[in-house]
Write a protein that binds this ligand. Structure first.
Ligand code: ZN
Length: 198
């Protein structure tokens, strides 16, 4: 019987300088960019994430993949962005940007594949208007709320060198400070690489 050979996926963890850089624009959707997006989707799935930005695999480019699950329908009415994008998951965003944020905010626990085993509540605007290119060359401009709106804000932060741990209230920041320091210290010994095979 033949088996597909397992591929090793690597995610960079807190302390890696690539996570602090401002990522460069994707100039054109080339076959190499499509391959990179496919690799990112595979890595996101292997690590059980719902979003991944290219810097997290060591590529400082404005490219994001997301696999946000459909909601349970219990929350507020879906935004246009959720209606359009959730059925397309996993979706790739090329040069995404947020053109406006809602005034109202909400708090929700976040985690990050680059900050494993650390979870803390982050206050963010409840909805954002996302403008992005998609891999098919189209451009979307959509208001996105719910978990999707939060995931977009978290992932786009990565493109500007920001981690969710930068956005914590002082009490939450103090609570995770020891874990974060340990993660950075341990990470230095393995070149800030976290690996998983599938
Ligand atoms: Zn993250």
């Amino acid at each position: 019987m033949l088996f597909k050979s397992a591929k090793t996926h690597t995610v960079r963890t807190a302390g890696d300088p690539v996570l602090r850089q401002t990522a460069a624009r994707v100039e054109a959707v080339t076959p190499e960019i499509r391959k990179l997006a496919a690799d990112m989707i595979a890595a996101m799935k292997v690590f059980d994430g719902i979003g991944l930005a290219a810097p997290q695999i060591g590529r400082s480019l404005r490219l994001v993949v997301m696999d946000v699950p459909p909601g349970d329908g219990a929350g507020p009415a879906l935004t246009k962005g959720e209606k359009v994008l959730l059925p397309l998951m996993p979706v790739t965003l090329v040069n995404p940007r947020i053109i406006s944020f809602s005034g109202d905010t909400g708090e929700r626990e976040e985690g990050c594949l680059s900050v494993p085993d650390v979870f803390a509540p982050v206050v963010r605007p409840l909805r954002v208007v996302l403008q992005s290119e998609l891999l098919d060359g189209s451009t979307v401009e959509l208001e996105c709320g719910g978990l999707l709106g939060r995931c977009i804000q978290h992932e786009l932060d990565h493109l500007d060198g920001v981690l969710f741990t930068d956005r914590l209230a002082p009490a939450a920041a103090a609570r995770i400070a020891g874990d974060l320091e340990r993660l950075i210290r341990d990470g230095a010994g393995r070149d800030f690489k976290r690996m998983r095979r599938r």
